[in-house]
Design a protein around this ligand. Structure first.
Ligand SMILES: [Fe+2]
Ligand SMILES: [Fe+2]
Ligand SMILES: [Fe+2]
Length: 391
């Protein structure tokens, strides 16, 4: 079964939730942007999605690592992102717009993301995308003013006054906000997490993703995972291309080989949530640290959508299996033998081979020959699919 746009955006939601903890802010901005956009005659789906993705650039590794270093993964929050250097914050709009330009469903709105912190004087009110960008800027401002957690009529009046008197916003955006903010239901909805999630989820369109769209999503996720650490800059990319090559050599056919390619691109997605101090520790990991490091596979499982998603899309399992071993000694579930299909074995093998050849904080990478020797000796069982003889 093919993936659709709704599944893609929900995956990105879980990624934001796990890695950056800006999921509530993103949902608030999506809800307000959609509501204002409807007043202005814009598409509901597009405003919902672009409002939600406006800060996707915060997932770039420089910022992720900085927040994780200072505050720890578990304590990453909107407040901590706001406390970062302003130089880095400006970057997120540009990086975010580049990411959005790779998502075909909304690629034409990439400038909206780039301009979402622009003040009104830099925008053209006759340009629809400029108005959209300013609507998001306004929604963003309101969302940040709600972080304090105050839920009083007095605070709401202050927020409304600040928006009405600010010169940061275009008249179009201010008028639309005035209309939606008149209703008490708006103020209760915008701070209720369940309502916000339902609002977001229910207005996502389910458009089928072509293979190219899926591969582009894989590229975005692969880029984010790989650039997180200098030791893994090309890790996923190498594994993805090697896996595709092995799949073709194993005569899996074009379509399945491309599915293996995508599965390999997202196999280490959960590493986005692994603390950089552990990923780059210059010595051997302690037992506790190993436990945290190995959890990346479980985070991948959660981000792709857990059991329900895997039952629907078999290929999501292939990447999740990459640390399993045929003798049952792997993790996270200790699967063995027949439970590990050929596609999973391809990614397992590619992962071991590439990891051996790469530098790690505590050792240099090995030569191709030595890596192949180790695989032949240590992982012979895992190569019983004859893939080794195909290389
Ligand atoms: Fe932003
Ligand atoms: Fe924001
Ligand atoms: Fe891994």
């Amino acid at each position: 079964m093919r993936f659709n746009t709704k599944e893609m955006y929900l995956l990105l939601f879980r990624l934001l939730q796990k890695v950056s903890k800006i999921d509530l802010h993103s949902l608030q901005v999506a809800y307000m942007s959609k509501s204002m956009g409807m007043e202005l005659g814009f598409s509901k789906h597009r405003m919902n999605v672009i409002g939600f993705l406006h800060d996707i650039g915060l997932l770039n590794p420089v910022q992720v690592n900085q927040v994780q270093r200072i505050h720890g993964v578990e304590n990453a929050s909107m407040r901590n992102w706001l406390a970062l250097d302003s130089g880095l914050q400006e970057n997120h709009a540009v990086i975010g717009s580049r990411i959005v330009s790779k998502i075909k469903d909304i690629a034409e709105l990439s400038e909206v993301v780039e301009k979402h912190h622009y003040y009104s004087m830099l925008l053209d009110p006759s340009n629809e995308q400029d108005v959209m960008a300013n609507v998001i800027h306004l929604a963003d401002t309101v969302s940040i003013s709600l972080i304090s957690g105050e839920r009083t009529v007095k605070h709401i009046d202050e927020v409304k006054q600040n928006i009405a008197n600010s010169n940061e916003f275009l008249e179009e955006a201010r008028d639309a906000f005035e209309k939606i903010s008149e209703k008490k239901g708006f103020w209760w909805s915008v701070v209720d997490e369940d309502t916000l999630y339902n609002e977001f989820e229910q207005d996502l369109e389910e458009n089928t993703l072509s293979n190219n769209d899926l591969q582009s999503l894989g590229d975005i996720l692969m880029y984010m995972t790989d650039v997180k650490s200098k030791f893994t800059t090309f890790h996923t990319e190498r594994i993805a291309y090697l896996s595709r090559l092995l799949a073709r050599r194993a005569h899996l056919g074009d379509e399945r080989s491309m599915e293996v390619f995508f599965a390999a691109k997202i196999h280490d997605l959960g590493k986005m949530a692994t603390p950089i101090s552990i990923l780059e520790k210059p010595g051997k990991l302690t037992e506790e640290e190993t436990f945290i490091m190995q959890r990346h596979i479980f985070d991948s499982f959660l981000i792709v959508g857990g059991r329900e998603a895997i039952e629907k899309h078999r290929l999501l399992q292939w990447g999740i299996n990459h640390h399993e071993r045929l003798d049952g000694s792997g993790y996270p579930w200790g699967r063995s033998g027949a439970e590990l299909d050929l596609e999973s074995r391809i990614i397992m093998l590619a992962d071991v081979f590439v990891a051996l050849t790469e530098d790690r904080p505590y050792r240099k990478g090995m030569s191709v020959e030595s890596s192949l020797d180790i695989i032949a000796l240590k992982y012979r069982a895992d190569c019983s699919t004859n893939m080794y003889s195909l290389s």
